[in-house]
Design a protein around this ligand. Structure first.
Ligand SMILES: Cc1cc2nc3c(=O)[nH]c(=O)nc-3n(C[C@H](O)[C@H](O)[C@H](O)COP(=O)(O)OP(=O)(O)OC[C@H]3O[C@@H](n4cnc5c(N)ncnc54)[C@H](O)[C@@H]3O)c2cc1C
Length: 475
């Protein structure tokens, strides 16, 4: 029986394992083992349930516009476990010591409604006029990648970089917008520019087309909010997936230290010294680990992956009593532009954003620090991070009450960065991989960091591995 080993039990590796399970269920005689270094599966997805609070250490939701995560939930029978965000979907920007709402009609960063845009206090008058230039500026001819900041500055001006793109868009990636690849992160904006010349006109055309189309829910689907989670937290996806893969061997506490190839066969060495052999290997570890693991078998790939930068972030989850809580929390939370020079980058009002995350008489918040523009904040001692976050929330939100608990989750060099020309590197690695039959790679370093992206990539690579294994000559 052919053997596939998947190294890394994050969502990319697990999605691949699920795809292999489907093939085994359909009669493909295959052995598959998932080797995970830590004591638990899920990687960045990590929910803790304590005292009726559901606490996310990593991702708290996934976007529904990209179908792979929803589709996986549906396949796992989790469709009725999906929970959308609450209705009061305001996000605030903390600017000049004031909480300002994003103007109605703002589509990510593109204004599509005249009156709210003209009346918002988020932009100065010169800033608004500069943003309006988007209607008349010619489209860019070059096909070369550019930075997020470069793109937004070109279309909308510096104020839009500082007050929208940096806190909202590059905040998702914990990145420096001056270094972040536009092509690899927001290709839709580039396509819109190419097609319509103006982003504003393009977004308006898109809205019109959407209204003209009668919304038709796919059978078996209900319509969801833009971001959704699962009733018991994101780890419910991981736990259910593993339960539903009875033919896959999942081994935790199995860190891999070496990957070697002799003839057609791969040998995988665990840190215990145990050796396993496989006909194919799918490496789904973070890029820096994949670089180390492939040094011997594919040095040209290892060299490229070793160049992929990572930055540190940390989150502080705080639980409070609702009684006496001094803030109305009417919205999903706020982001802080780097130009404000604060110690926190954002704060999600978790109990207002999602139902069933905290008991009714409690409040749950999650504040974020670090990222490419303020990494040292996330690398401090946990006690110092909590102290800094509490003092920031006192100053920004007037929180003069003590939390019942405050937990810090640090991701030291845990956030992969997509630099300008990232897609060229991915294409070069894909080309290199054609010289290494039986070696496959998936995960957040390649085609998107979001959970749907990682699932889609895990699926795609698992299909390629299946095709390879099926094509091997029988012994
Ligand atoms: C704080 C935070 C918040 C986020 N929020 C969101 C969000 O709200 N929505 C969203 O869509 N995305 C979010 N993301 C991004 C998303 O969670 C990740 O990009 C995604 O989960 C990465 O999945 P992965 O499988 O590629 O890698 P990982 O989850 O990193 O999994 C890799 C696995 O490999 C294992 N491993 C490492 N070394 C070895 C070894 N030597 N041998 C064996 N195994 C090894 C690791 O232990 C790990 O389990 C967030 C990320 C972070 C850090």
């Amino acid at each position: 029986m052919r053997h596939l080993i998947i190294i890394g039990g994050g969502i990319a590796g697990l999605a691949a394992a699920h795809r292999i399970q489907n093939s085994i269920s359909q009669g493909n005689a295959l052995k598959c083992t998932v080797l995970e270094a830590s004591g638990r599966f899920g990687g960045k997805i990590h929910t803790e349930r304590r005292d009726d609070f559901i606490i996310e250490r990593g991702p708290d939701s996934f976007i529904t516009q990209k179908p792979a995560a929803l589709e996986l939930c549906r396949q796992l029978g989790l469709a009725d476990r999906i929970v959308g965000t609450r209705k009061n979907n305001k996000t605030f920007i903390y600017l000049n010591r004031r909480m300002l709402t994003l103007p109605d009609g703002l589509s990510l960063m593109v204004p599509t409604k005249f009156l709210p845009f003209i009346t918002t206090r988020l932009f100065s008058w010169p800033g608004k006029i500069r943003m309006g230039f988007d209607l008349f500026l010619p489209r860019r001819r070059s096909k070369r990648d550019e930075s997020l900041a470069g793109f937004v500055r070109r279309r909308f001006g510096q104020e839009a970089v500082d007050r929208l793109a940096q806190p909202l868009l590059s905040g998702i990636y914990s990145s420096d917008p001056e270094k972040m690849s536009m092509q690899a992160t927001f290709p839709r904006f580039l396509e819109t520019e190419k097609k319509y010349g103006s982003l504003i006109l393009g977004m308006l055309a898109g809205k019109k087309a959407m209204l003209a189309r009668k919304p038709q829910a796919k059978p078996g689907y209900q319509s969801f909010t833009m971001f959704v989670t699962l009733k018991n937290g994101m780890s419910e996806l991981v736990e259910t997936l593993i339960e539903q893969c009875p033919d896959i061997e999942f081994r935790a506490h199995a860190p891999i230290t070496r990957l070697a190839k002799s003839g057609q066969e791969y040998t995988i060495t665990l840190d215990s010294g145990e050796n396993l052999t496989a006909d194919a290997v799918l490496v789904a570890t973070p890029a820096n680990v994949t670089a180390k693991l492939t040094q011997e078998t594919a040095p040209e790939i290892a060299e490229k992956l070793a160049e992929v930068p990572f930055v540190s972030t940390a989150g502080v989850v705080l639980g409070y009593n609702r009684e006496g809580f001094p803030h109305p929390l009417k919205g999903f939370g706020f982001v802080v532009p780097a130009t404000e020079k604060r110690k926190i980058t954002a704060c999600t009002w978790v109990s207002s954003k999602f139902p069933c995350r905290a008991p009714e008489d409690k409040v749950l918040l999650r504040a974020f620090v670090g990222g490419a523009l303020n990494e040292p904040m996330a690398e401090q001692e946990p006690e110092q991070i909590v102290a800094d976050v509490k003092s920031e929330l006192r100053d920004i939100m007037g929180l003069n009450v003590e939390p019942e608990f405050a937990h810090v989750f640090q991701y030291k060099k845990g956030n992969v960065q997509y630099r300008v020309h990232h897609e060229d590197m991915v294409a070069a690695i894909e080309q290199d991989l054609t010289q290494h039959p039986g070696l496959f790679m998936a995960g957040s370093a390649f085609k998107g960091v979001g959970i749907p992206d990682c699932i889609a990539h895990g699926n795609q690579v698992a299909d390629a591995a299946l095709e390879y294994l099926t094509g091997l000559p029988t012994d």
